[in-house]
Design a protein around this ligand. Structure first.
Ligand SMILES: [Zn+2]
Ligand SMILES: [Zn+2]
Ligand SMILES: [Zn+2]
Length: 105
């Protein structure tokens, strides 16, 4: 089932949170609507802790959830490589699960 949630990257404002292009630039994640649609069941993105922002410092949307802060978790299996943390030892997303901490579906 599709669920509409607040865009995590712009906190629902619809504006680019980093003013990269201009102060009135649209959020590239939600295209300025402040909302995004995701398929349920949803899980908070563990890589960005639900903020939608790339935790590695770059001013870009989280590479795991695409800036939405959440993703569909379906029928999940905890990733044995990262033990469900979504991170590999170098701080990058786990190569096995793509940073989600689980795989399956
Ligand atoms: Zn947005
Ligand atoms: Zn994320
Ligand atoms: Zn993993």
């Amino acid at each position: 089932m599709l669920k509409i949630i607040k865009c995590a990257f712009c906190s629902g404002t619809g504006k680019d949170p980093f003013d990269l292009l201009s102060p009135i630039a649209h959020c590239l994640v939600c295209d300025g609507t402040g909302q995004v649609e995701l398929e349920e069941p949803l899980k908070k993105c563990i890589f960005c802790a639900g903020t939608g922002k790339n935790p590695l410092g770059a001013r870009i949307p989280c590479i795991v959830c695409g800036g939405k802060g959440r993703y569909n978790c379906g029928s999940q299996t905890i990733c044995f490589q990262c033990n469900g943390t979504g991170k590999s030892t170098d701080g990058l997303p786990c190569t096995r699960c793509g940073g989600k901490g689980f795989y399956g579906n």
